[in-house]
Ligand binder design. Structure first.
Ligand code: BES
Ligand code: MN
Ligand code: MN
Length: 461
């Protein structure tokens, strides 16, 4: 790809941002997370924002910036996050996670930047900063802009709700714009119209008061790991439905018309399997792969540990076993209720021979947005201008719990204009973000502002 010096400069700045290991989950990186917040603050100031504050919370700071032109003009609030997931397992990275490099791939022939956070979400936040800079510089901006970039998204956005509740006036806006999702492919752009909710749980099974010799005691006492596996196995039935009483009670069934419409979006099942190296897919009976990962709820073990996992063999019955389990939820499931139902079911499945403790980590509500809004129309026009192809609405399988929270607290809908690809390996080793995608983002965002201002102006006339 031939690049202008301005584009090269943008890539270098983006790579600088990626060098900061802003891992919100690991307290050893607290200072680095703060450094990333300062980096965002400076980048927003450099782009031309008039005021940019770094707001401390009991966790990681929130960066809030403004470029206000006229209170009579519409206001766009941009949200994103500068924190990243831990890079583990580090040994599977082909280049170090915080030493960004550009490499080409089959899907990114023009090159992609490889680093933790390249796509989720530093790369996509930086697209917005660059787009703002361009619009301020060439005076093409005809809306007010507010930026809220947080550092705790990957750990549940614990302190954002409080900030939003206390700053409703300041955050007042007509639309929230977020690039923290993906699109179908570089040839077929899409706008995310749904997100799943989340309930994240942990189970601890405790057996004997110490690790035991598995010959002397084996067969006579319940092994906590065996019991944990039995409990987990019973949480799904042979149709791969979640076996928790009440779990599906509030699930909105999607009409066959809407399912047929969704089914028209091209999906390459064998490409999907090849890209992750599996021979077959698996999921809830009666639903397609695309449906299973968007409109249906799930239950997955994220981690399981206990007993001896070191080198060689050790004969032992462990005293404890642990598992982290997440459930993806769909409208109208309530994550607090689901967390309660999960706890009750796990307790009901626990035998007397062990004790079982269930705790809730965090959760979030699912989200759907209609496509007949001005915001959606503006996004539709923006993608059409830049890609030469009309974008299609698409429900995502991931979760961004603050999106339904914004709707509840501010009464404002979010437009999810994501530019990543599913294969960009977010949360996995070798995360990357295509240069094509990065620059398409920088080109599409100003078009969104333009069309949104135009449509809002027409409405108010
Ligand atoms: N950006 C993702 C969410 C996402 C990615 C949504 C792709 C749709 C498509 C976000 O950073 C994320 O990872 N969210 C977490 C939830 C959070 C509460 C930890 C998730 O989905 O696991
Ligand atoms: Mn994200
Ligand atoms: Mn993420």
């Amino acid at each position: 790809m031939k690049m202008t010096s301005e584009q090269q400069q943008s890539i270098e700045e983006w790579m600088d941002f990626l060098k900061i290991p802003s891992i919100s989950a690991d307290s050893n990186f607290k200072a680095d997370v703060r450094r990333a917040a300062h980096w965002v603050q400076q980048a927003l100031l450099d782009s031309g924002c008039t005021t940019v504050d770094l707001i401390d919370t009991p966790g990681h700071p929130i960066v809030y910036g403004e470029y206000l032109i006229d209170p009579k003009l519409p206001t766009v609030l941009v949200y994103g996050h500068y924190d990243v997931q831990p890079p583990d397992p580090v040994e599977l990275w082909k280049s170090p996670p915080f030493e960004p490099v550009i490499k080409s791939t089959e899907l990114h022939p023009d090159g992609a930047v490889f680093a933790r956070g390249a796509c989720d979400d530093k790369g996509q936040v930086f697209m917005h900063i660059k787009a703002l800079q361009k619009m301020i510089a060439d005076q093409s901006l005809h809306t007010n802009v507010k930026f809220m970039v947080e550092g705790e998204e990957e750990v549940g956005s614990d302190h954002l709700e409080d900030f939003v509740k206390k700053n409703k006036e300041k955050l007042q806006c007509d639309i929230i714009l977020i690039s923290d999702t993906g699109m179908i492919s570089n040839e077929q752009p899409s706008i995310t119209t749904g997100l799943r909710g989340l309930s994240y749980m942990e189970i601890t099974v405790t057996g004997p008061n110490r690790d035991l010799h598995s010959g002397l005691y084996g067969g006579a006492v319940a092994n906590p790991i065996n019991v944990l596996c039995e409990i987990i196995a019973q949480l799904q039935n042979e149709k791969h439905q979640v076996n928790i009483p009440g779990f599906y009670d509030k699930v909105q069934e999607i009409s066959s018309e809407e399912r047929a419409l969704m089914g028209r979006i091209p999906f390459d099942e064998s490409g999907f399997k090849n890209s992750i190296g599996i021979n077959d897919t698996r999921g809830e009976a009666g639903y397609s792969t695309e449906e299973r990962r968007s409109i249906r709820p799930t239950l997955d073990v994220n981690g399981i540990w206990g007993g001896y996992t070191g080198e060689g063999a050790k004969t032992v019955i462990p005293g404890e076993a642990h598992a982290k389990i997440s459930m993806r939820l769909v409208p109208d499931q309530d994550w607090e209720e689901i967390s309660r139902l999960f706890t009750q079911q796990v307790e009901a499945l626990a035998p007397k021979s062990v004790s079982v403790k269930v705790t809730t980590h965090h959760g979030g509500y699912p989200y759907v947005t209609p496509i007949d809004t001005l915001g959606y129309q503006a996004a539709h026009a923006a993608y059409s201008d830049v890609f030469g192809v009309a974008p299609v609405p698409h429900r995502g399988g991931g979760s961004i719990p603050i999106v339904p929270m914004f709707e509840k607290e501010l009464g404002v809908k979010s437009i999810l204009m994501g530019f990543g690809l599913d294969t960009d390996a977010i949360h996995s080793p070798n995360e990357h973000f295509g240069l094509f995608n990065f620059f398409k983002g920088i080109a599409t965002i100003p078009k969104f502002y333009h069309h949104f201002a135009r449509l809002m102006g027409a409405k108010n006339q």
